[in-house]
Design a protein around this ligand. Sequence first.
Ligand code: TGC
Ligand code: FAD
Length: 391
Amino acid sequence: MATDFYNIDSALSEEERAVRDSIRQFVDDKVIPVIGKAYIEGKFPKEIIAPMAELGVFGANLPEEYGCAGLNNVAYGLIMQELERGDSGVRSFASVQGALVMYPVFAFGSEEQKKEYLPKMARGEIIGCFGLTEPDYGSDPSGMITTAREQADGSWLLNGAKMWITNGSTAQVAIVWAKTGEDKSPSSIRGFIVPTNSPGFTARDQKGKLSLRASDTSELVMQDVRLPANAILPKSGGLKSPLMCLTQARYGIAWGALGAAIGCYEEAVSYATNRVMFKKPIASFQIQQQRLAEMLTEIVKAQLLVLHLGRLKDAGTFSPQQVSLAKRNNVSIATDIAREARRLLGANGILAEYASMRHMANLESVYTYEGTHDIHTLILGQAITGINAFE
Ligand code: TGC
Ligand code: FAD
C-alpha cells in the first residue's frame, strides 16, 4: 500500500497482516458504502454489528476460552485502525464493547460473570455501554455522585446519572461505576453490570451532535434501580478500576485515529492526482505536494509509535503514560491531517460523499473523549516532572 512508506508490513506477522486485510475488506465492502448516509441520518448502522462479530472484532484481544479471538495487541490495534479508516463511530462501537465492557468483565468479574457475558458479547448478542462520565464530572470522574447502596438482603440500590454514553440506547447491559461508601471517597468506586431493562433505568439519546453522528450517544438516568447482589464486579475497587479500562480503550484509539488519518491522506492523494486546475493536476503544485508530504510524515511517525507500543503491550511492559502519549499524538495529527485533506479537496471536501470532513468532525469527539488532549498533556507533564497538576 502506498501509505506504508516505511514497509511496516515487514514488521507484522502473517497473522497480523491477515487480520488487518480481512477487516480492511469488510470496511471497504460494508462500512464505506453506508457510512455517509448513516452519518447524515445521525444513526449507527446496526446492520454491521453481526458481520463485525463474525469477524471476531469484539474483545479480539481477550482469550479464546471466553469465546473471543485471542489475538495479540498489534492485531487488535490493526483492527481498530481499519475500523476507524471507515468511521470513528464504528471504531467507537467496537472500542466500547471490547475495551470498556468486555475488558472490565474479564478483569474484575467473577468466573460466572465471565462465562455468562463474554461469549455472548463476543458474538454481538449482548451489546454493552460504559457509564463513567456524569453531567458535572467529565475529566474528573473521582467526583462522581452516582451511588450504589447495599441493602440488608445483599442487593444494591443504584441512583444517579451518566452523560455522553456511547451505545447507551442500544445496549442491553451497562457497566456503571458508582460510589458505595457513605463518605463518597473515590476509593469506594465499584463497577456494576446493569441490565438496561431494569425498572428505573432510562437511556435517552443526545440530539444535535455535529460530530460522531454515526454513533449513538445517550444520557443514562438511574432512579432506585435495584440490582441483585451478584451485579457487582467483585474484583473492582477504587477509581483505578475504570481508569484501567480507559487505558485499554485509549490504546485502541491511538491506532484508530491513525486509521482515520490514513483514510484522509489516501483520499487527498487520489483527489490531488485526478483534479485538474490551471491545466494540470493539483498534485503538481508545490503547496499541495507539501501538504501531502506533511501528512505522510506524521502518518509514518504515528505508525511506528503504535506498532512499538503494541509490542510493549504484548510484552506486558507498557505504561498508561505511554498510552497517553500515543492517544494524544495520534488523535492530534489525525485531526490536522483531516483538516488539511478537506482543504485540499476544495468545495467537494465539504460533501458527505467524501470522507475527510466527516473524519475531521468525528476527530473533535475523539480529541475530547477518553481523556481530553489537555488531560493527556498533564498526565505526561506529571510523568516528566513528577508534579501532579490535578492535586
Ligand atoms: P489518580 O490518583 O491519578 O489515580 C487513581 C489510581 O488509578 C491509577 N491510574 C491508572 N491506572 C490505570 N490506567 C490509568 N490510565 C490510570 N490513571 C491513574 C493511579 O495510579 C492510582 O492508583 P492507586 O493504586 O494509587 O490508587 O486519579 P485522579 O483522580 O487524580 O485522576 C487522574 C486523571 C485526571 C488522569 C483521570 O481522572 C483521568 O484520566 N481523567 C479523564 C477521564 C476520562 O478519560 N474519561 C473517559 C470516559 S469513557 C469515554 O470517554 C469513552 S469514549 C469511548 C468511545 O466512544 O470510543
Ligand atoms: P470537561 O472535563 O468539563 O472539560 C472542559 C475543558 O476543560 C476541556 O477542554 C478540558 O481539557 C479542560 N480541562 C478540564 N480539566 C482540566 C485541567 N485540570 N487542566 C486543564 N484543562 C482542563 N464517557 C463515558 O463515560 N462513556 C462513554 O461511552 C463516553 N462516550 C462519549 C462519546 C462522545 C461522542 C463524547 C463527546 C464523549 C463521550 N464520553 C463518554 C465523555 C467523555 O469522556 C468526556 O466528554 C471527557 O472525559 C471530557 O469531559 P467533559 O466533556 O465533561 O469536559
